[in-house]
Design a protein around this ligand. Structure first.
Ligand code: FES
Length: 146
């Protein structure tokens, strides 16, 4: 069972009688626990008179929702035009090739640092002009901090 069964049960209880409850319920669960524990899907479905397949279908449709615990660090690499022209594709390939449980890598489309591209964000911290060498240094800093 989930690490958060009581928390999830109370979120379900708060939302289940409201119209259009599924999406607000999923958001509340993910906000509280960091993801939608797969074992909670049947509980959510039952509370809303839906099938587990229907709930799973909604979770799969919206890329925002995740069904596994997030990595300790989230890396967002800008893949919009200005960053692409400065090597963001190469940076993204490099970052995704680094197989690590310390972080997960996601594309985003403009971090507001277009003049200093390619841009990247680690958790809430922006980084400009990120080369593969700079990426390696930032990642080793993450590892030594954890
Ligand atoms: S295009 Fe990458 S930060 Fe704007």
């Amino acid at each position: 069972m989930s690490q958060h069964p009581q928390q999830i049960a109370s979120i379900i209880a708060i939302h289940q009688d409201r119209p259009g409850a599924l999406l607000p319920m999923l958001h509340a669960i993910q906000d509280a626990t960091g993801f939608i524990p797969p074992e909670s899907i049947a509980q959510i479905a039952s509370a809303l008179n839906l099938s587990s397949a229907e709930v799973h279908g909604v979770i799969s449709f919206y890329h925002y929702f995740r069904i596994s615990a997030p990595a300790p660090h989230q890396i967002q690499i800008c893949c919009a035009e200005a960053c692409q022209s400065m090597g963001a594709d190469r940076l993204m390939q490099h970052a995704t090739a680094v197989n690590s449980t310390d972080f997960s890598v996601h594309p985003v489309y403009c971090l507001g640092l277009c003049a200093n591209s390619p841009a990247m964000m680690i958790d809430e911290q922006l980084h400009a002009r990120v080369t593969t060498e700079k990426f390696a240094k930032l990642i080793s800093g993450l590892r030594s901090a954890s």
